[in-house]
Design a protein around this ligand. Structure first.
Ligand code: C2O
Length: 340
């Protein structure tokens, strides 16, 4: 059977609450749940690469995030609660309905891509609503191309709502991301780092992703623990988190830990790129197709939408981003030519 959506009335302490003071990841409660209906998609939102946006876009995005940060804590659309969504679904705050000894865990399985896609979808809809622009599209951190391999500049202005002080100080621009960062800074030339990154992407997107499970991860059904992540979730998704987080904080906050990752606005751009790679993967041909198993398709999650309405969504409704009203700006995929 598919993993059922959580029972919000049973949201409990996150695992990290054992060592992080006053951590509470639970959303405000609501008993009123509606089923997701695909939005009219007459106009498609195009998510741009964060390193290439202009000042008008930046001003708008800043304003949206600022407004989200200004919402009161009681509002499920507030930045605080949006950040906590990640903590709740990834750090043991929800038990599986019918299996009180098992948590819902959206990493390490076929739920990784769909869960994060839905999460970003609602985050983007809320931003659009706050600035009265239903066509607003969030940016993606294009770390798979040389021009995007630095931490995007719009996130590094200390006066911007996109700024987060809890990042590794040595990894601010002009440092280039190390896509298989293992905690140790390597001293290699930029040229060598770029080549290493592109080769990693070829390996993870092409060589290790020829099958559905290779890319999306292993099945995860009601009553299970996650059985294994897909290639991209492992690398570079994980290393980019750890590379970004502040190594002088006790738990790698913010990006380097499940409970805190959503507190860094850069999280959403990082995941937007992960989400984009899901779309790219499906264009690569061969047996690169999503699972058709009903346990995958009928897995459901709960999110608050832009009107603070609690919505039940299913994996089956997110497989085509176009049906959710957005696509990614077409950018080069230089790693396709970087076969080792
Ligand atoms: Cu839910 Cu990037 O992890």
């Amino acid at each position: 059977a598919p993993i059922a959506p959580p029972d919000l009335s049973k949201c409990g302490a996150a695992d990290s609450a054992a060592f992080v003071e006053s951590l509470n990841c639970c959303p405000p409660f609501s008993a009123q749940i509606v089923d997701f209906k695909p939005p009219p998609t007459s106009r498609v939102r195009v998510r741009p690469p964060a390193h290439a946006v202009d000042s008008a876009y930046t001003a708008k995005f800043n304003r949206a995030v600022q407004l989200m940060k200004a919402l009161p804590d009681s509002d499920p659309r507030s930045f605080k609660h949006q950040a906590s969504v990640h903590c709740a679904y990834c750090d043991g705050a929800y038990e599986q309905v019918g299996f009180p000894n098992l948590d819902i865990q959206v990493h390490g399985s076929w739920l990784f891509f769909p869960f994060h896609r839905w999460y970003l979808y609602f985050f983007e809809r809320i931003l659009g609503k706050l600035i009265n622009d239903p066509n607003f599209a969030m940016p993606f951190w294009n770390w798979d191309a040389p021009a995007g391999m630095q931490l995007p500049a719009i996130y590094t202005n200390t006066r911007s709502p996109l700024y987060d002080q809890f990042r590794n100080k040595r990894h601010l621009p002009p440092a280039l991301v190390d896509l298989d960062f293992n905690g140790v800074d390597e001293s290699i030339s930029n040229q060598a780092q770029i080549q290493a990154n592109l080769t990693i992407l070829y390996r993870q997107m092409v060589s290790n992703s020829r099958s559905t499970s290779g890319f999306l991860g292993q099945p995860y059904r009601a009553g299970d623990n996650p059985q294994g992540s897909g290639s991209i979730e492992n690398i570079p998704h994980g290393p980019v988190h750890v590379w970004t987080g502040d190594n002088t904080q006790p738990n790698g906050e913010n990006m380097g830990n499940f409970f805190s990752a959503g507190r860094d606005p850069l999280f959403y751009a990082h995941h937007s790129n992960v989400d984009r790679l899901w779309n790219v993967w499906k264009t690569l041909g061969g047996r690169r197709q999503d699972y058709t198993d009903p346990d995958f398709l009928d897995t459901a999650f709960l999110f608050y939408d832009e009107n603070s309405q609690l919505v039940r969504v299913k994996v089956r409704d997110c497989l085509d981003s176009r049906k959710l009203g957005y696509v990614y700006q077409d950018v080069d995929v230089p790693w396709l030519n970087s076969r080792p």
